[in-house]
Design a binder for this molecule. Structure first.
Ligand code: NAP
Length: 311
C-alpha cells in the first residue's frame, strides 16, 4: 500500500469528511461512497472528491474500505454490502472499535481488520491537519490476513492525520471502553450536565440568564483550550489567584466521591455490554429514548437563551 493507491471512505459525515479531505491532501487517491439521496453528495463534489453512489460497485472496488457510517448502522451495512462484495484480501478499517469489540461485526477471514481512530472530532481533525498540528490517533489490528496490516495502519494514520500524527498502539477493547467512558461521563455527558447544573443554579437564584449563559457555557472554550495546551496545572497558572483558590477548594466538593462512584458504575455498564445492549435496543425500537431526551433538552432555558443571543 502506498500513496497513489485508492482508499474508499464509506460515509462523509463528521469523520468521513475530515478523513477523506486529509487523505486526499496527503496525496492519496480517494473515493467517497454516499447514498444517492444524501445531501452530502453535493458537498463532497464541491470539494472535488470522487463520489460513488452505487454501494455494490463501491464495495467491489474497495481494496481499502474505511467504514465511517454511524456505529449503529455499520452491522447491517457490513452484512449486506461489504461482506458479500469486498474484494478478496481487502482491508476493512474502523474509526471506533465498538462493533468489533461487541461482536456486532465478524469480518470475513480473508480481510485485514484495522482500527485507525483519531482522538478528535472530525472538525478538529481537519483543522489540526490544516495547521499541521499533531493529532493523536489510536491504532489496533484484530486481523492481519495479508501480512500488510501493520504497515497499512501507520500509512493510514499518516494519511488522515498528516505529518504530526501521534500514533498510539492500543486494542479494539481499550479504545472502545475508554472512548465510551470519556464521552459518557466527561466530554459529552458529564460536561453538558455540569454546564446546565451551573446555569440552573444561577438562574434559580435570580441572576440574569444571559450572564449565566456566558459564565457557565461560553467561558468553557478558553479554559478547555488552555487545558488542551498547558495541562491542568498549566491552566491553573494562567487563571487569577482567586479563581485558583476556588478551583482547588470547591472543585472536589462538586465532583465528589459520589460522582466517582457513579463513574465506576458507568464503566462497569460499558465493560459488561449493558450499555451496548441498551443502545441497540433503542435503535431497533426507532430511538424512542434518544428522541424523547433530545426533545426535553430542546425545551431547556439555556437553549432559548442561546438561540436569542447567537441568532
Ligand atoms: N464524530 C466524530 O468526531 C468521531 C470521532 C472518532 C470516531 N468516530 C467514528 O467514526 C464513525 C463515523 O461517525 P461520524 O460521527 O462521522 O458519523 P456521521 O457524522 O453521523 O456520518 C455518517 C455518514 O454515514 C452515512 N450513513 C448513515 N447511515 C448510513 C447507512 N445506513 N448506509 C450508508 N451510509 C450511511 C451518512 O450519510 P448521509 O449523508 O446520507 O446522512 C453520513 O455521510 C463511527 O464509527 C464513529 O464512532 C467519530
Amino acid at each position: 500500500m502506498s500513496m497513489g493507491q485508492k482508499i474508499t471512505f464509506f460515509g462523509f459525515g463528521s469523520q468521513g469528511r475530515a478523513q477523506a479531505l486529509n487523505a486526499r491532501d496527503s496525496g492519496w487517491k480517494v473515493e467517497v461512497f454516499l447514498r444517492p439521496e444524501s445531501r452530502r453528495v453535493a458537498d463532497a463534489q464541491k470539494e472535488k472528491l470522487e463520489v460513488i453512489t452505487d454501494p455494490i460497485a463501491a464495495a467491489k472496488g474497495a481494496h481499502v474500505a474505511i467504514l465511517l457510517v454511524p456505529d449503529t448502522d455499520q452491522p447491517e451495512f457490513y452484512k449486506t454490502v461489504l461482506e458479500p462484495h469486498l474484494p478478496k484480501e481487502a482491508s476493512l478499517v474502523f474509526a471506533h472499535g465498538f462493533n468489533i469489540h461487541f461482536k456486532q461485526i465478524t469480518p470475513r477471514h480473508d480481510l485485514d481488520c484495522l482500527l485507525v481512530a483519531p482522538a478528535l472530532q472530525g472538525d478538529g481533525l481537519r483543522q489540526n491537519y490544516l495547521v499541521q498540528e499533531a493529532v493523536p490517533i489510536l491504532t489496533a489490528i484484530s486481523q492481519d490476513a495479508t501480512d500488510r496490516a501493520y504497515r497499512l495502519v501507520e500509512d493510514l494514520a499518516g494519511a488522515i492525520g498528516g505529518k504530526g500524527t501521534r500514533v498510539i498502539p492500543t486494542t479494539f477493547k481499550e479504545e472502545t471502553e475508554t472512548d465510551l467512558f470519556a464521552e459518557q461521563t466527561l466530554t459529552c455527558g458529564g460536561l453538558n450536565q455540569l454546564i446546565k447544573a451551573g446555569f440552573d443554579t444561577l438562574v434559580d437564584a435570580g441572576y440574569n440568564p444571559d450572564i449565566a449563559y456566558y459564565c457557565c457555557l461560553k467561558e468553557m472554550k478558553a479554559l478547555a483550550e488552555s487545558i488542551y495546551r498547558h495541562g491542568i496545572q498549566g491552566m491553573r497558572g494562567r487563571i487569577s489567584g482567586t479563581a485558583r483558590y476556588g478551583d482547588l477548594t470547591r472543585g472536589p466538593r462538586v465532583i465528589d466521591e459520589k460522582v466517582r462512584d457513579t463513574m465506576k458504575v458507568i464503566l462497569d455498564e460499558i465493560c459488561s455490554g449493558k450499555f451496548c445492549e441498551e443502545l441497540l435496543k433503542d435503535k431497533n425500537a426507532g430511538w424512542p429514548i434518544l428522541n424523547g431526551r433530545l426533545k426535553e433538552e430542546d425545551e431547556h432555558l439555556i437553549e432559548k437563551v442561546r438561540n436569542r443571543i447567537e441568532k
